[in-house]
Design a binder for this molecule. Sequence first.
Ligand SMILES: [Zn+2]
Length: 65
Amino acid sequence: MISDRDSYAQFSAERLAAARRVLAAHTEVPWTGCCRACGRPAPCDTRVAAHKVLNSRGRAAVATQ
Ligand SMILES: [Zn+2]
């Protein structure tokens, strides 16, 4: 049986892994200034959202220390 705490940790880890995949894929193409994955002007909304996920994890880690 999975506790709420374990399932939250699992969810959180998957969210972070997904955010890292987004950052790896949604990079700016230097000669166009657009996102390599979706073609929107970089940084695209997808990349910005992934950054927020990773940054909020950082703040939470600091707050618990
Ligand atoms: Zn993109």
